[in-house]
Design a protein around this ligand. Structure first.
Ligand code: ATP
Ligand code: MG
Length: 223
């Protein structure tokens, strides 16, 4: 901006975080640096009790684990926004709330390409795309370029590849709505972690140590 004051940039990473793992942390950190975000909010989703499967930990535990994981990451914050709403979490509603809180900021919705491929099934996804910018990140086992096929053709011109080092400038931010970003993603998933715990196998190194300890103490993900 001409006055030299840049708009604050806020990233949000939604998910069930069942549990949060090193893959989430790596992804958030890489995106934070590339987009010069001042903060990344981790927003665990609320799952209504009737929709909870056996291996879905209670929202309070999923949130507590995110808090533990982020203790050593000063630019990342656990947000109770969706869990406190106590209702099925629609992105469009969460974004309305965040826009009210961060009225002058650029808001970036960060998600893995696996999640982005389902965007057409989201409630009011067109509205969601109007409200913020998207950062679609690579994930082992998924083709990042496949993201281009996830939306109707009229969105093609709004998607941009984000190559090269250095923070993304405002020129690029103004030109595109959806950024495809190849990161050095880790091949870790919560599904695999839950399976390992159930089978009595180690999850050391896949989640931060305090999260590993929390899972053990609370006996999460056992039969
Ligand atoms: P599950 O196996 O239960 O679906 P998950 O590992 O996919 O768990 P989620 O909570 O579903 O974790 O993911 C939240 C967001 O983080 C999604 O947008 C997802 O694509 C992204 N994500 C998860 N793991 C990784 C990873 N290893 N690398 C990059 N992005 C990831
Ligand atoms: Mg997932």
């Amino acid at each position: 901006m001409s006055n030299g004051i840049e708009r604050q940039r806020i990233g949000l990473l939604g998910g069930t975080f069942n549990p949060v793992h090193e893959g989430h942390l790596r992804a958030a950190e890489e995106v934070r640096l590339r987009f010069a975000l001042s903060q990344v909010l981790f927003i665990p989703s609320y799952i209504p009790p009737h929709k909870q499967t056996e291996d879905m930990a209670p929202p309070e535990d999923r949130f507590a684990m995110v808090e533990l994981a982020l203790r050593s990451h000063p630019h990342m914050v656990a947000s109770p926004l969706e869990i406190e709403a106590r209702d099925k979490s629609y992105s469009v509603i969460t974004l309305n709330k965040l826009q009210a809180i961060y009225a002058d900021a650029w808001i970036f919705f960060i998600l893995g390409v696996d999640a982005f491929l389902e965007i057409e099934t989201w409630k009011s996804y067109r509205e969601v795309l109007e409200k913020c910018r998207f950062i679609v990140i690579s994930r082992p086992g998924f083709d990042l370029a496949g993201a281009r096929e996830a939306l109707p053709p009229e969105y093609a011109g709004k998607m941009g590849d984000c190559r090269g080092a250095g923070p993304v400038g405002e020129d690029l931010l103004s030109r595109f709505r959806i950024f495809l970003v190849s990161i050095r993603a880790l091949d870790i998933s919560s599904t695999d972690i839950r399976r390992r715990v159930r089978a009595g196998r180690s999850i050391h190194g896949l989640v931060p140590d305090p999260v590993e300890e929390y899972i053990r103490k609370k006996n999460l993900y056992q039969e």
